[in-house]
Design a protein around this ligand. Structure first.
Ligand code: SF4
Ligand code: MG
Length: 319
């Protein structure tokens, strides 16, 4: 079957002021290719500034891409306008790292969850109230929570409300942008389990954005590892963890904290910071931090090699 979403050549470049009179181009996202199937979780993982959130925002048309296409149901979502764009904004929803950013602090949560139904003119007032109560119940809250305000909830409860709101319009794709990064570890798995249960109930596709491979290990079907605007490796989750090929993937895996924090202190393997996307390295974008960098890596950007039907890597070691 054709994928639900097929992203080709997605790029987002910004012009920014640099120095006194000059400008520079920041290539936040620089030619991404990936797809997501119905009912599948595809994770984009990388350090902050790698372009993963920009990718999510571009797909929701919260920022306009510079180039590329994103086919969904035979239509390029980057070309939609008017009624078709409104339809896309029902089909695709976002769950944010900080649910407070999608909940109005001055509104009772019954209203916040109902708001998308009002905007998209779904049902009458009584039908909407019923739907809101069902949604809250489904995410583990009760009717007595309906009249409360966002500040009266814990972080985990607020994320449950954010998820209820994202579900209101029965989307087919949900972009989860670091949905558990702000939560205690004990709460994280509850929220991840809720997301997984909802996925199988509704056949949802997730684009799951995270900075940590450990978080996506148990939720992702496939993973794209991002560095400075590029997917440097992509594989199904088992392969990525058992046979990581790209030096960056290998160092990300080495820095995952062990399951029991007191057993061993994780050793930071990656030296140095991500270079500025305003002034990325020539050739391979990872070369300034790569333990295997060769002279050729400074001259030529590595081509993408398909190592198996489910694994591809962009690194000269595999030419
Ligand atoms: Fe390292 Fe070169 Fe591979 Fe880049 S292309 S990851 S610098 S070995
Ligand atoms: Mg981010």
């Amino acid at each position: 079957a054709a994928p639900l979403l097929q992203v080709s050549g997605l790029a987002k470049h910004f012009r920014v002021k640099a120095g006194l009179f000059g400008h520079a181009t920041v290539k936040a996202v620089d030619g991404l290719n990936f797809h997501i199937r119905q009912g599948e979780t595809y994770a984009l993982v990388g350090e902050s500034g790698c372009g993963k959130s920009t990718t999510g925002r571009a797909l929701l048309r919260l920022t306009e891409p510079t180039a590329g296409a994103a086919m969904f149901d035979g239509r390029d979502i980057f070309k939609l306008s008017g009624g078709q764009l409104r339809e896309w904004r029902r089909d695709a929803q976002m769950v944010f790292q900080d649910p407070l950013s999608s909940l109005d602090p001055k509104r009772r949560i019954a209203y916040s969850v109902e708001e998308p139904l009002i905007i998209h003119k779904v049902g009458d007032a009584a039908q909407r109230r019923k739907r809101v109560a069902e949604l809250l119940e489904r995410v583990g809250l009760s009717r007595e929570h309906l009249s409360r305000f966002p500040h009266e909830f814990s972080g985990g409860q607020r994320q449950r409300i954010g998820i209820a709101k994202a579900l209101a319009l029965q989307p087919r794709l949900i972009i989860c942008d670091e949905p558990v990064s702000a939560l205690d570890v004990s709460i994280q798995s509850q929220i991840l389990n809720l997301l997984m249960d909802l996925q199988s109930e509704h056949g949802l596709a997730y684009l799951f954005i995270a900075h940590d491979l450990g978080v996506v290990r148990h939720v992702a079907d496939r993973i794209g590892v991002m560095y400075l605007g590029h997917i440097v490796e992509e594989a199904d989750t088992d392969t990525l963890f058992s046979e990581p090929r790209h030096p960056y993937t290998q160092s990300l895996l080495a820095s995952i904290p062990p399951a029991h924090p007191r057993l061993k202190t994780p050793r930071p393997i990656l030296a140095g910071d991500i270079p500025s996307p305003m002034n990325p390295p020539s050739g391979c974008v990872f070369r300034t931090r790569c333990p295997h960098a060769m002279p050729r890596c400074a001259r030529e950007a590595p081509p993408v090699r398909q190592l198996s039907p489910t694994q591809r890597v962009a690194c000269h070691l595999f030419d």
